[in-house]
Design a protein around this ligand. Structure first.
Ligand code: GDP
Length: 722
């Protein structure tokens, strides 16, 4: 089967925004203009197209990243010209800090993004965080300054905040015609035309000349000329030959300018900025044109790296239908109609419904039942998907978020997405016996969808503990468990997820030898432990896939000459892991330990897997006890924005919370304070900050790293656990 759509006409994009900047409204307008959604649901009515989960509607925020497919022919092209039609796959990205993981993993599979800003506030803290992530992922972006109809809106102010806080490479593509209630349309600086949006939902794009006759005020025309020159300069600067000619007075024509700009945007050298108001139906279509004109097709991005899981050889895959099939599963979701579905991005080759794929993590084959393409309000079943496309699979039971699926005969494991460890946990208890079973199933399902959500059992009390990235994250999980799986449960208070680690080295011997009548037990190991060398994120992503380092534990098998037979090695490894699950000091999981199994012995008759597992678990506990164990706590990167006059109070308060002030800067009339603060001190911070600043300060918080807790704090933690 041949592909139905040329790859150069595909755009895999995300719409990224600070919460409330208007991402949902913009997405809805996009779906409306692209003709799929015929009814616009306002956010407050709870009828949005991408937010199909009940609670998302209630909260008015978008949490999960579903992918929606739609089609767009640029406004400047003949609508009947099929060759101008483009396919967009829009990958949803959440705006709330607790879901940065979702942002990160969407960034992995999208090729370009539209970043939406609030035209009153300009760049907000979360936009900065998301922008940084997009920088790391080298995702080309166009910016949309939204809400220019709002009282207090200023395109220039918002644009200045982008230049100031995000990038000097931003450039105006448009300027607005009028602001606040007078916001009518936009001027395109490349074409030097005015655009108005008329008809139902601004459906009809009307182009006018930039002239007094067409009703454009003189000063606006002057302004447009000034910024047009600036734009052209920015574009020609990216091309030496063009720059030389430009200095001699040659201004390239619009097609050449657009082509050069496209190259620069794809290379992250220019970020074009657009203007409008999604709510008042102004400007969105021209942003869609920009997606076509300037954001990359799958063929414009570098090949994707990976590793052969059998040989650890480095490999790459190109966006080419003829290469072997390789795809990344980036989202497990529960669809109300077809049940569990897995969203995946095909990087190379093609995949037909009904065929088998290989999962290098599980080392198993699985059969893809159906392949779906999700539209805003229906699902299209497709027979085959090709390189560069995004689709959803039905029937994969054992595939989880961030798994590679590939051709069995050409296995590859694409570079994995490294997720941060959960930092907050709480105890959860089913209300009845019937809830008990349902709860286990529900939590497992939710953990499968979300790699930053973990479920464990307290080995002493048997209670279930769930852990996640923040209070809101866990709140939403519990909510989903109650609604989608109808589990009734009592939920404890959120607590910090402490860890333990070792700071020294030591050795130990573990023996589990029991001679009773009949068959006995015999397991015997000798080990050395040491702190694991810390790796950077890049090194982690590049590791051979079968290592356990991702789980904060490294196992080195140095058994020679079969002193422990091969079949007992895996049980030993399991034993080490179990031993490390129970901390020495206060029972928290022990992380970053490297265990070297170097000697031991066995018994022809009495040795068995269980005996080795127990011996290994005892040995690792004993070794860690003598390797200077310490408690680790999550440290958060905190940013507070406050009016100048409260700055002393805010910094003083952060310091009293064991915070380390990293820096201060001016931001308009406000001060921004950056600090590293232990998470345990940050509970209820919002309330405290408000009362300290008459409600005028705000803050964001993001996981930074685990640090050793000071002795006095460790003593308190240990005492409360006892
Ligand atoms: P999200 O949180 O980024 O998805 O933002 P929403 O699309 O939910 O928008 C947040 C609020 O801003 C809603 O009340 C919208 O109606 C409103 N809003 C969105 N876009 C605009 C706009 O262009 N102008 C105005 N005045 N309000 C807008």
């Amino acid at each position: 089967m041949e592909r139905d759509y040329p790859l150069e006409k595909v755009r895999n994009i995300g719409i990224i925004a600070h919460i409330d900047a208007g991402k949902t409204t913009t997405t809805e307008r996009v779906l409306f203009y692209t003709g799929v959604s015929h009814k616009i649901g306002e956010v407050h009515e709870g009828e949005t197209v991408t937010d199909w989960m009940e609670q998302e509607r209630e909260r008015g925020i978008t949490i999960t990243s579903a992918a929606v497919t739609c089609f767009w022919t640029p406004t400047y092209a003949d609508p009947k010209d099929k060759s101008k039609k483009h396919r967009f796959n829009i990958i949803d990205t959440p705006g709330h800090i607790d879901f940065t993981v979702e942002v990160k993993r969407s960034l992995r599979v999208l090729d370009g993004a539209v970043v939406v800003f609030d035209g009153v506030a300009g760049v907000e803290p979360q936009s900065e965080t998301n922008w940084r992530y997009a920088d790391e992922a080298k995702v080309p972006r166009v910016c949309f300054i939204n809400k220019l109809d709002r009282t207090g809106a200023s395109f220039e102010h918002s644009f200045a905040t982008i230049l100031d806080r995000l990038t000097k490479k931003a450039v105006r593509m448009q300027i607005p015609i009028g602001l606040e209630e007078k916001h009518e349309g936009v001027i395109d600086l490349l074409r030097m035309k005015a655009y108005y949006f008329e008809g139902e939902m601004g459906n009809k794009v009307v182009e006018k000349d930039l002239s007094a006759e067409a009703g454009i005020p003189e000063n606006l025309i002057k302004e447009a000329e000034k910024y047009r020159n600036e734009l052209i300069e920015k574009i020609v600067e990216t091309d030496d030959v063009m720059m030389e000619e430009y200095l001699e007075g040659v201004i390239p024509n619009i097609d050449v300018l657009k082509k050069t700009l496209r190259k620069a945007v794809i290379a992250n050298e220019i970020f074009p900025v657009y203007a409008g108001s999604a709510l008042k139906n102004k400007g969105v279509q021209l942003v869609l044109d920009a997606v076509v004109d300037y954001l990359p097709a799958p063929t414009d991005i570098p090949p994707i790296p990976g590793i052969n899981p059998d040989t650890d050889e480095h490999l790459v895959r190109h966006a080419d239908d003829k290469e072997p099939f390789a795809a990344l599963a980036f989202k497990v979701a529960t669809d109300p109609f077809v049940g569990q579905i897995i969203f995946f991005r095909v990087y190379s080759g093609s995949l037909a419904a009904g065929s088998y794929v290989y999962n290098p993590r599980t080392r198993n084959k699985e059969r893809i039942g159906r392949i779906l393409r999700m539209h805003a309000n229906d699902r299209e079943e497709v027979k085959q998907v090709f390189a560069g496309e995004i689709a959803a699979a039905v029937g994969l039971k054992d595939t989880i978020t961030s798994d590679t699926i590939c051709d069995e005969n050409n296995p590859i494991e694409l570079n994995r997405i490294v997720f941060p460890e959960p930092v907050i946990q709480l105890r959860i208890e089913p209300k009845t016996k019937a809830d008990q079973e349902k709860m286990g199933m529900a939590l497992n399902r939710l953990a499968q969808e979300d790699p930053t959500f973990k479920v464990t059992t307290d080995q002493e009390t048997g209670e279930t503990i769930i852990a996640g990235m923040g209070e809101l994250h866990l709140e939403i999980i519990v909510d989903r468990m109650k609604r989608e799986f109808t589990v009734e449960a009592n939920v404890g208070k959120p607590q910090v997820a402490y860890r333990e680690t070792i700071t020294g080295t030591s050795e130990a011997e573990g023996k589990y030898i029991k001679q009773s009548g009949g068959r006995g037990n015999y397991g015997h190991v000798k080990i050395k432990v040491k702190p694991m060398e810390m790796l950077t994120k890049e090194e982690l992503e590049d590791l051979p896939k079968n290592t356990k380092r991702h789980e904060g534990f490294e196992f080195v098998n140095n058994i020679k000459g079969g002193v422990i037979p091969q079949e007992y090695i895996v049980p030993c490894e399991k034993g080490f892991k179990e031993g490390l699950d129970r901390g020495i000091l206060a029972g928290f999981k022990i992380v970053n330990v490297s265990v070297d199994l170097w000697d031991g012995s066995y018994h022809e008759v009495d040795s068995n897997e269980m005996a080795f597992k127990i011996a290994a678990s005892m040995a690792v506990q004993d070794a860690c006890r003598r390797a200077n164990p310490v408690i680790l706590e999550p440290m958060m990167k905190v940013e507070v924005i406050t009016p100048d006059k409260f700055m002393g109070d805010v910094t003083g308060n952060l310091s009293s919370k064991r915070g380390l002030i990293e820096g201060m800067e001016d931001r308009g009339m406000n001060k921004v304070i950056k600090a590293i603060v232990p998470l345990s001190e940050m509970f209820g911070y919002m309330t405290g900050l408000r009362s300290m600043t008459e409600g005028r300060a705000g803050f964001t918080m993001e996981f930074f790293r685990y640090d050793i807790v000071p002795n006095n704090v460790a003593e308190t933690i240990i005492a409360t656990r006892k």
